[in-house]
Every structure is written in C-alpha cells, then in structure tokens.
Design a protein around this ligand. Structure first.
Ligand SMILES: *[C@@H]1O[C@H](CO)[C@@H](O)[C@H](O)[C@H]1NC(C)=O
Ligand SMILES: *[C@@H]1O[C@H](CO)[C@@H](O)[C@H](O)[C@H]1NC(C)=O
Length: 352
C-alpha cells in the first residue's frame, strides 16, 4: 500500500488528536488531605460543622465527641459540578479516606460519605436521621454508609455493614462486614475507596484495614444512573458525616481525598438495555477487569500506530529531501533506452 507523506501526516495527526483527546481527562475538583493540620489550605478547602474538630496534633479530624448525641461533619467547601465540558458529560469521581470508629458504650451510626445538593443546610443536624443527615421530605442524596447500628427502621442486616444509599437510608445494596472479617467499631483504622465510573454508571466501594493495599475486587457495587437524579447545572457538596446517637462512639478521620475527572469520550457507553445490564451486574467484576485490559491494549495500539506513522512520515520526509540531492545516474536511463532485442525465434513468431 503506497501512502504519500501528506496522507501519512494526516493519519498521524488524526491518531494523535484522538489519543490525546481521550487522555486529557481534566480534573476539575480535587483535594487530598493526609493530615488535618490547621493551614490556609485547610481553611480554603474544607469546613467543619457540629462537634467536628481537628485534633491538637493535626493528625485527625474528630467528627464526634465522646458524649451522647454528638454529631459532626466535614464538608468540601466548593460545590462539585458533576458534568463537564460543552457536552455536559457526567464525570467520573473517586474518594478515599481512612477512619476509625470506636464503640464507646452502645452504638452510634458510624460514618457516611455523602453527596448532597449545595442547598443542603450543612450546619444543621437531623438527630432523627442517620448520620445526622435529615432524610425527611424530598432530600436527594447519595451516600455510602459505614454503619455500626442495626436500625430496624431501615431494615439493616446488622450493626456492622456497608451500604449504598440513594435518597433513603434503606440501602440499595449492603455488605455484611462480619462475613469478610472486618469490624467497623473496633476502633481500628480502616481505609475506604469509593469510585463512580461515569461510562458504566457504576459505583464501587472498597474497604480494607489501614496500611493494606487497595483491594482488587470491590466489596460492593451498584449500577446507578446519576444522570437521572442529578440536574446538570447544580453544584453538589461532598462530605463525611457522623452521629453517635445514644452512645459515646468516637469517629475519627485521618485522611481524605476526592477528585472528579472527565472520562475518555471514546470509551463505551452504557448499554442500551438497562435491565439486561442489571442482570449482568453480578458477572461484571470479571468483565470489568477484562474491558480495562482491552482498553489499555487499545490505547497502546493506537499510540503505537500513531508513533509508527509519525516515524515513517519523518523517514519519508528525510528520504525525500536527501534523495533529491543525488544526481540521477545516466546509466539507468541508458539501460532503459536500449531497445529490447527479441531472439530470432520470437521475432519469427511475431512476424507470422
Ligand atoms: C454476617 O456475617 C456473620 C459472619 O459470617 C454471620 O455470623 C452473620 O449471620 C451474618 N449476618 C447476616 C445478617 O447475614
Ligand atoms: C440511652 O442510653 C441510656 C443508657 O444506656 C438508656 O437508659 C436510655 O434509655 C437510652 N435512651 C434512648 C432514647 O435510647
């Protein structure tokens, strides 16, 4: 296949544009706290409400105090936009935090990561609601609860579970932590990862003991189409909230990071049939890993082809320049100009 340098140039340009467009995942909301020392960065990024305060050594945030009915929360000050770019595409987001919950006497609620509208009254605590979050009326929220209280009202499985909640503390999906040998209210430091991938509309939750690696498989996951729930132009607050109810449960947070990013445009979108998708959800863990792998191979291929094309373009360009300087050998022409001599038999055949 013969390609002239111009077409190679355009092919190269196309691949590069395509490749880098998909890589430039713009981060528009991001922060990372490895401690909570009182700095200007702290003040400009996060706010504390209720009983929440930074410990004197700055190593933790104490969301609740060791007395009954203590509630506190930390909120990222800047409302997060969950849609990015001109196309208003839903973003992918991730949060990661380390925390501990000590039982005290009796059980409090534990800890919840929450996403609420920026109109939510962050300084108010609903002591009838879980984690101090008022869920009366039509409050819309997304939450991942690290729940240490068996609350019959919400159909809780036990006093040691993680749940994914959408505008109700009756969880959409729960995981009994006792079954995976994790205890929330032991006072032990734990680490949680919550990731929402916008193309697959999948929320994943991971939990491990502090210092252990991020688990490969999520503890639980759920397909949630946030586009149907969150309006395009609204800002949202993200935070960690705790309420110890009728106990002296202490909840500490040691680190917290959050980021949103635009997911690559070329990645597959949500399948058209959501029911089918739901049925396949259970099998998805494996497939998800596989598609991750396919994407990586595809990216590498695209980059390879792009670089190859660029290389051949440069090569051909240089060859064109340097080859033009060499005089064309007259012998070539002389040879080409020689009349073709047919042997006698052949000539005879032609004549007949
Ligand atoms: C949770 O897991 C523990 C340990 O496997 C088990 O004893 C308990 O019955 C489970 N609870 C529920 C509600 O399934
Ligand atoms: C709170 O706890 C105390 C002591 O454990 C108990 O006497 C009281 O009834 C509890 N109150 C509520 C509202 O559960």
């Amino acid at each position: 296949m013969a390609l002239n340098p111009t077409s190679i140039y355009f092919i190269t340009l196309f691949f590069f544009t395509f490749y880098f467009k998909s890589l430039t995942a713009l981060t528009n909301s991001s922060f990372n706290f490895n401690n909570f020392a009182h700095t200007s960065r702290f003040d400009s990024l996060i706010s504390l409400y209720g009983d929440a305060k930074a410990s004197n050594d700055g190593l933790s945030l104490q969301l609740t105090a060791p007395f009954n009915s203590s509630a506190g929360r930390v909120i990222y000050k800047h409302p997060v936009k969950f849609y990015a770019g001109r196309s208003k595409k839903l973003v992918t987001f991730s949060t990661n935090f380390s925390f501990s919950v000590s039982s005290g006497d009796g059980n409090g609620d534990g800890l919840a990561f929450v996403v609420v509208s920026d109109e939510y009254p962050v300084d108010l605590f609903d002591k009838n609601g879980s984690f101090g979050i008022g869920n009366g009326g039509d409050l819309k929220f997304l939450s991942v609860e690290f729940d240490t209280l068996m609350d019959d009202k919400y159909g809780d499985v036990n006093g040691n579970h993680v749940g994914i909640d959408l505008s109700s503390f009756v969880s959409l999906k729960v995981k009994n932590l006792s079954s995976v040998n994790l205890g929330l209210n032991s006072g032990e430091k734990l680490q949680a990862w919550i990731d929402y991938e916008s193309n697959s509309r999948r929320l994943e939750v991971r939990l491990s003991k502090f210092g252990e690696n991020r688990p490969v498989d999520p503890l639980l996951f759920k397909h949630i189409d946030l586009v149907k729930i969150w309006p395009e132009n609204e800002g949202f607050l993200v935070g960690l909230s705790s309420y110890n109810r009728n106990s002296s449960q202490l909840c500490n947070v040691y680190s917290w990071s959050f980021n949103t990013r635009r997911s690559p445009d070329w990645m597959h979108s949500e399948p058209l049939d959501p029911i089918l998708f739901k049925e396949r959800e259970e099998n998805e863990v494996k497939n998800h890993k596989r598609s991750d792998c396919v994407m990586r191979i595809l990216s590498a291929l695209i980059l390879g082809v792009g670089l190859g094309a660029l290389g051949s373009f440069i090569g051909m360009f240089l060859w064109t320049i340097f080859s033009k300087r060499q005089p064309i050998s007259p012998e070539v022409y002389a040879a080409a100009a020689k009349p073709v001599v047919l042997d006698k038999a052949a000539s005879a055949n032609v004549k007949q």
